[in-house]
Write a protein that binds this ligand. Sequence first.
Ligand SMILES: Nc1nc2c(ncn2[C@@H]2O[C@H](COP(=O)(O)OP(=O)(O)O)[C@@H](O)[C@H]2O)c(=O)[nH]1
Ligand SMILES: [Mg+2]
Ligand SMILES: [Zn+2]
Length: 279
Amino acid sequence: MKGQIVKIISDLHFVSFENEIYPCKCRGIFRKEHILPVVGDYVLFNKEEKCITEILPRKNYFLRPKVSNIDQAFLITSLRLPDFSLNLLDKFISLMELHHVKPIICITKKDLLTNDEFENIRKILSYYEKIGYQVVYNTDITTILELLKNKTSVFTGQTGAGKSSLLNRLNPGWDLEVGDVSLALGRGKHTTRVVELFEINGGKVMDTPGFSALEFDGYSKEQIRDSFVEFSMYPCIYKDCMHTKEGECVVKEEVLKNNILESRYLNYLDFIGEGKHES
Ligand SMILES: Nc1nc2c(ncn2[C@@H]2O[C@H](COP(=O)(O)OP(=O)(O)O)[C@@H](O)[C@H]2O)c(=O)[nH]1
Ligand SMILES: [Mg+2]
Ligand SMILES: [Zn+2]
């Protein structure tokens, strides 16, 4: 049978298969092959012997937390407290593109803005929609539930952005801690805990804050460039152009014509280390 690991506690691997969870052990061969199963892995397992026989190839893999096969990430983005940050949004989008995870922009705390304040942000968000990213609000519970179907998803974003509150609203049974409870208890922000995938509406969701430690380390400038998906809509006359210094660079021209959002371009320069504030 083919199942998915949803939780690991020491040598017990909890495999989800047709709405049941099977605690399984692993065959020793994985250790010899230096493959350790992680949460998210699709595996072949024997239901009767409660034994995993094979780990199927991974679509993607993350180290912190250790998890694989993430289909999509809800980028939980608050408009206030913490303030809306385009730099952070672009960073999450690019990092998800680099990991072959579909980014979905999920806006929170719209209620804290006046209509005028929101108008500016609405224009910016429509740019993201134009280049192919879905934008949802944390009030669109039905839409979000629909998006979760048949997918393995993660909710990621700044502390305080509203991840736990939203997860609780999607499934009140979870009762996740809301607010900076860990800080209040003096445990610090990085309390380690077991990663778990929860079933929701025929899909699975990871219950941890997820991927806050992700950086561009290890990715080339070319890869970072290609993670800005709209740049490739404007083929540059220079082959392999980095869109930085070149005179007649088409991407730079489109930035000046406001066809490419200037903040996206500036964040791109920042991420490849050519931004104004970089040495
Ligand atoms: N006004 C407002 N507050 C929100 C919203 N979403 C979450 N919050 C509040 O923001 C704080 C942090 O939320 P939490 O879910 O713990 O954020 P997390 O750190 O991302 O898990 C809590 O006090 C929530 O009640 C929202 O849409 N509007
Ligand atoms: Mg939380
Ligand atoms: Zn160029």
